[in-house]
Design a protein around this ligand. Structure first.
Ligand code: PMV
Length: 310
């Protein structure tokens, strides 16, 4: 045993959030420019965690960081050392509660680092299961989309619990902008479930539309048709609003993206706050769009670029 390291990144869901919980397909992109790293070292004393949010014993971790603690415990169980001491250090550049996959990415980095510290290399499916244990502590019945996307190296098509790499037919640049309002994934997922029970036909039609937009976007990404991807995003944003996961702050930034010349924009992730994602015309326009969205009140904005895969 020695020091183990783990790495994961932020992600943005381009299509299919919420619908994916009901078995519809989704498209997500890892944001490699926003990383998380974890270091784990076996120690004599009790397990401990050091991060920007907490420094102390694992068994005294505050309730809101329970998913992080669950990731450490799940990895110790997986290596057959449930009561071993381990000192875990997490460094994350992903803002939390922004729909950027912070919880899944932190869990991914931790389970990789802890298992490596005890001499084990996890298979992708083993790693996925451990991330999902932490994600369940975060929000009930996670689809697994975040867990797959934060360890991906390119755009992901997610369907039936499995992720495959999507072909990209031409360069495409996305801009993310934070509303500054904390996203509320758990609450939004519960609200969709309640609405689904109350008005099943209405909600099923929306979920079908969102799944159909993901399928359309898959084709448009494959041909490098940024305009079609953008149009599908604008349509998805409207459907997500009807589903009840929108927020005025999200609508404000989606409208600002449009006046800034974006080809389309929508909320991304759980919603009710968090971030929007927009399609830029090209890499230069993405810089202008970031500035435009910051001027419209977004406290943080980033761009992420996809190159054609062949
Ligand atoms: O808010 P985030 O980044 O955790 O994304 C949640 C995505 C949902 O589809 C709303 C939930 C899920 O489990 O896929």
């Amino acid at each position: 045993p020695g020091t183990g390291t783990g790495r994961a990144t932020a992600k943005t869901i381009l299509f299919g959030e919420h619908a994916v919980v009901y078995g519809r397909p989704a498209v997500a992109v890892p944001i490699t420019a926003i990383p998380v790293t974890a270091l784990a070292r076996p120690v004599e004393g009790p397990a401990s965690l050091r991060s920007a949010l907490y420094h102390g014993r694992l068994d005294r971790i505050p309730e809101r960081l329970r998913p992080t603690g669950a990731a450490v415990s799940a990895a110790l169980d997986a290596v057959g050392r449930p009561s071993a001491g381990v000192a875990v250090e997490v460094r994350s550049e992903i803002p939390a509660e922004r729909g950027l996959g912070s919880s899944a990415a932190v869990a991914a980095a931790i389970v990789t680092a802890v298992s490596a510290a005890f001499g084990r290399t996890l298979s992708p499916d083993e790693r996925h299961e451990l991330i999902q244990i932490a994600e369940r502590a975060a929000h009930g019945r996670p689809s697994g989309l975040d867990a797959r996307s934060v360890v991906a190296t390119g755009p992901v098509w997610f369907e039936d619990g499995a992720a495959t790499t999507l072909a990209v037919g031409g360069p495409m640049t996305f801009v993310l902008a934070d509303t500054g309002v904390a996203g509320r994934t758990r609450e939004a997922v519960a609200a969709v479930r309640a609405l689904h029970e109350e008005r099943p036909a209405h909600v099923d039609a929306l979920l079908e539309r969102l799944g159909g937009l993901a399928a359309q976007a898959r084709v448009a990404l494959g041909t490098g048709d940024a305009e079609a991807v953008g149009a599908a995003m604008t349509d998805a944003h409207a459907a997500l609003n009807v589903l009840g996961v929108g927020d005025p702050a999200l609508d404000h930034l989606v409208a600002a993206a449009r006046t800034g010349g974006a080809l389309g924009a929508k909320l991304t992730g759980g919603g009710r706050g968090g971030c929007i994602v927009a399609v830029a015309r090209d890499a230069d326009h993405a810089d202008d769009l970031v500035a435009h969205l910051r001027a419209a009140g977004s406290p943080a904005a980033w761009s992420t670029h996809l190159e054609a895969s062949r």
